[in-house]
Design a protein around this ligand. Sequence first.
Ligand SMILES: [Zn+2]
Length: 676
Amino acid sequence: MRLSRILISIIFLMTVAGNLPAQDSKTASESVVSALDKTSDPCVDFYQFACGGWLKSNPIPADQSIWSRFGELAERNRQELRGILESAAKAQNRDENEQKIGDYYSSCMDEAAIEKKGVAVLKPAFDRINALRDKSTLPDLLAYLHGQGINALFGFGSGADFKNAKQVIGQADQGGLSLPDRDYYVKDDAKSAELRKQYVQHVANMFKLLGDAPEKAAAEANAVMNVETALAKGSGDRVERREPERIYHKMPVTEWQSLTPSFSFTKYLTGVGAPALDSLNVVEPNFFKALDAELKSVSVDDLKTYLRWHLMRSQTNSLPKAFQDENFNFYGKTLRGAKEMQARWKRCVAAADNDLGEALGRVFVEKYYPPEAKARTLKMVNELEAALHQDITELPWMSEVTKKQALVKLAAIQNKIGYPAKWRDYTALKIERGDALGNSLRANAFEVHRQLAKIGKPLDKQEWQMTPPTVNAYYDPTENDINFPAGILQPPFYYFKADDALNFGGMGAVIGHELTHGFDDQGALFDPEGNLKNWWTPEDEKAFKERTQCIVDEYDQFVAVDDVHVRGKLTLGENTADNGGLRIAYMALMKSLADSGKPQEKIDGFTPEQRLFIGWGQIWCQNQTDQTARLLALNNEHSPGKYRANGVVQNMPEFQKAWGCKTGQPMVRANACHVW
Ligand SMILES: [Zn+2]
């Protein structure tokens, strides 16, 4: 039940691992030039020009369903984490931190022990579920399961109060599904129907592995599907959930209770160990009404089946290989199109990063993120902030009143670089060698407790939502801060020895992207202190909406795969940030070049302007299976790599000038969109 922070805006959806060609030794020049396809015309398909070479020499590894520059870098970081974990597992005289990460990893890697213990490890929890006699004791049982991170029926956690962002409050939200989104349960196209059939088969297979007879397993799978479908029907839609007002319903606990009379939240809150609370944000009130209807009609036996399923599914990594294989068959192969399961070590590194991220990240940062790297990032952030300041000042569509507010907000943005100022204390989390499942459940319990303990306290703005080795970045509107983990400040985002132009196109545009989130359709609704309070005049809002509609229309036309288009509305915030991010990076580069006073020479045959665009294009090189292309187009708020590259440059006269493109060519959009 790790309720992810709603509303934070990340740069990329997922970071995945694979097999990395040795890149460290390559110079920036080699890396950049070999990724190009010089036979194609940058004015016709810039993505192909920037990435064609890379796409050709980087087929999707068998254990991946998407392979990108993000994935490549994540893999390099993962190799480094593996080294850290292996030596912590072996070391003598370890400190507490090393003991935890080393024993966690070695337990996860001990497949023989996991195989030998079999499904017996789940027995204590299964016994608790089987003891459910009637629905009146469900709140206690659910509190027990949620307390160990099992996301069944709904989600409960904590978050900043949108209207008093200094304060953390309780937060209850929709949840309890096993497919990636509500749409998978309710859409009636042939693909969705087929996928549902495959999912039910998968659930049945898992129950068979537990030892249930085939007919019984099939009936159990149907029961799970029925409960989840009812929850999905009550769940909010992804596009609608982008609107902050739509996901903020602060109400007294008694009002929450009145939405779901069949379930005692008072009992639940006591059981799960929440601090006393009078009110909370009920993110999706309608969901809790649907939950009530389902709880009234479902049988106790079906409810138990559903809970057993969620328990088993959340812990496949600590169950025998047959469970992991079956889990991969559906979630890896069918849903995403991967051919092979990831090696055990990759899954164990990911689990350690997830469960002990700051204990592991602390060692990672000591080894791989020197103070110079942090200083370099900070310098670039300052340059980008200066460029955004200039951009806002010069915007033709924004009134002076709103501009003044925007500049106040810009000045208030907190820059968090590399890693947290204060590391998380894991003292209370016991990690035992040889107890993979126990470690995982105790880590979940530790995290649930940590989240719930924040309720009623001031918001800690020093905390991070990502671990240091993560290849990603985010803006958090309730904290008004930008966050760049140490993991991303490496090639191809940042080449230490390369020219500014290339780095401004990569890391610079990523920084610009995050900064503009503070001012986009979501960010504009939050004031400098992070409160949900619109600071735009109605006229400015109207002008902004007209300009962003241009971006909705542009991206709606892009085809992700087969007949599936990019969803212009779902991806609007990210596309606007991409467009603004690169333009601001361009401005910052121009200033930096002018300030340097040096004559601008070509490198690898390209001008600084051209290299900025190449830097941008090349961070988006990406191969993916058709299954993943479909999955992401339907659910991901980011456009596919190809359109993140091309969708932006089409709107930039600066691009056309840099490459000598002519009106009418594909990379010159007739009605260019321009927000920031
Ligand atoms: Zn973003």
